[in-house]
Design a protein around this ligand. Structure first.
Ligand code: C2O
Ligand code: CU
Length: 516
């Protein structure tokens, strides 16, 4: 293990991507995936990464609501992966080793542009997966202002491609957001939080075996990889100098497997104003912000009155969450540092509005279908853990085939020991409640016996969500209106080692008569 000193490097601010061409009708971008070397910490030699435009994190893409954005994603990566590829997992057996496909996480998009895991392509589009349909993806951005992120989604190697650096921010803006008088410009900061481990030569360390190793498979996927350092925007333990005023932070947990339970020194409150899919109805004042992989939080922190202070953003989420090994307070227990040492440039006229944007509940009387979906784990032929949704693997025929426009309730039944962040493509849903149940009884009889009343969503979860924490020994109930598009999507666990093996399922949104 390499020991790195904390708070040596400044937080990088990712730059905005410029379009190749912009007309009244549409905006066109080209984004190349490139191999590059980048400094991730001052004490480390430069690190080999894969990044969009050669940058980790990738450039920020900003769109206005209803703006039509076209992006040609291009793979310029080498043919060999620099991280250990397990050829026994779905999609990696008989396909080219380095494949890519981009998913814009959180967007309402037609299936051809959604980054279906089997719509992959190799360098120069030389080879393409069975569901590859087009070189240029189309994002219509017909949804409210929100913090989205784009990342790789290639079948069987998503965990490696994202770990290598293939992730970036995508923001949707709208006039409602502009009217809210939130901190903006240099007072609006994006934070992509991820964990990584390093070899002493500066290269990324990703284990090729779980502990203990699995005989007969090498490299072998593990049940989840946690890094021993925490990065924000591609720097290990950075600092940010701030003025004594309000700042807006748009936080994405882009880690493969690690959850964060964040809090600030001196008990500085975190005002959450938005979730995955947009604003909350009203801000939630938090002293602890839990983010599972792929969840987002739009927050305001007010440094007024903290002049001269150094405040650490800490993490105390065990991994696996919530009852695994505790974090080390000196390493993974810290994320970054805020130094309130810049003079106040102008009076801070921004505000934390009382009302943000109304989140209208999806009426429960519209529910047509209720599905019980269990999160399970079994042993495969090599006796290693294989995580499954409803006992089915990726290649089993689709069983979730909601009709367009239909409202459903999904009961996510987690009878395991750790939480799984469950993500559904194309739509934003709402969390109804969570309820604990007798796991032993369920595992013996498949019957749910509840051991407590339903618990309402936490204050920071009362908005539009596309990824939800499904806690162990709880049924997590979400309400979803499917559509507007029909076609083939996916839903999956966003712990990337689970998603790759084998906790991902097709999701077929069908037309009114059951057709696509
Ligand atoms: Cu962020 Cu299906 O992924
Ligand atoms: Cu999982």
């Amino acid at each position: 293990m390499v020991v790195l000193k904390k708070y040596l490097d400044r937080l990088p601010i990712p730059g905005k991507l410029k379009p190749k061409c912009k007309t009244k009708k549409e905006t066109y971008y080209e984004v190349r995936m490139l191999q590059a070397y980048q400094s991730l910490h001052r004490q480390l030699p430069d690190t080999l990464i894969w990044g969009y435009e050669g940058l980790y994190p990738g450039p920020v893409i900003e769109a206005n609501r209803n703006e039509k954005v076209l992006i040609q994603w291009e793979n310029h990566l080498p043919e060999k992966h620099f991280l250990p590829v397990d050829k026994t997992v779905h999609g990696a057996m008989d396909a080219p080793e380095v494949r890519t496909v981009v998913h814009l996480h959180g967007s309402k998009v037609r299936p051809e542009s959604d980054g279906f895991p089997e719509a992959w392509f190799t360098k120069g589009f030389e080879q393409t997966g069975p569901f590859f349909d087009r070189k240029i993806c189309c994002y219509t951005n017909r949804q409210q202002a929100a913090t989205l992120w784009y990342h790789d989604h290639a079948l069987g190697i998503t965990r490696l491609n994202v770990y290598a650096g293939l992730a970036g921010f995508y923001l949707i803006r709208d006039c409602w957001e502009r009217k809210l008088n939130l901190p903006k410009g240099k007072y609006e900061i994006l934070l992509l939080i991820q964990d990584r481990s390093f070899n002493s030569d500066g290269s990324l360390f990703y284990p090729s075996q779980p502990q203990p190793p699995v005989p007969g498979v090498n490299p072998c996927i593990t049940p989840g990889v946690d890094g021993d350092t925490i990065l924000a925007n591609g720097k290990v333990w950075p600092y940010l100098e701030v003025e004594p005023r309000k700042y807006r932070f748009r936080i994405v947990n882009g880690s493969n497997h690690r959850f964060y339970s964040m809090r600030l020194d001196l008990d500085l409150p975190i005002y959450q104003i938005g979730t995955d899919g947009g604003f909350l109805t009203a801000p939630a004042k938090l002293y602890e912000l839990i983010l599972a992989p792929a969840e987002r939080a739009d927050v305001i922190i007010d440094f007024t009155g903290y002049r001269g202070k150094h405040l650490i953003l800490r993490n105390d989420a065990p991994s696996p969450f919530p009852s695994g090994a505790p974090v080390d307070p000196e390493t993974t227990g810290q994320i970054m540092e805020f130094r309130v040492i810049l003079p106040l440039k102008d009076q801070d006229n921004s505000c934390i509005p009382d009302q943000l944007y109304p989140v209208t509940p999806i009426p429960e009387n519209l529910v047509k279908v209720k599905r019980d979906l269990s999160l399970v784990v079994r042993r495969d032929q090599y006796n290693r853990l294989e995580f499954l949704l409803n006992g089915k693997s990726w290649h089993d025929p689709a069983t979730e085939e909601p009709r367009r426009g239909q409202v459903e309730v999904w009961n996510l039944i987690n009878s395991g020991f750790a939480a799984h962040p469950i993500h559904v493509h194309q739509i934003q849903f709402q969390l109804l409640n969570r309820q604990s149940f007798d796991v032993q009884h369920f595992n013996q009889t498949q019957e749910l016996v509840f051991t407590g009343p339903p618990q309402p969503p936490g204050p920071g979860e009362q908005g539009w969500k596309d990824t939800i924490r499904s806690n162990p020994a709880e049924v997590t109930r979400i309400i979803v209106r499917f559509g507007p598009y029909t076609g083939r999507y996916v839903w999956h666990c966003h712990l990337l080692e689970h998603e790759d093996y084998d906790m991902m399922r097709p999701l077929n949104v069908v037309g009114r008569k059951g057709t696509t």
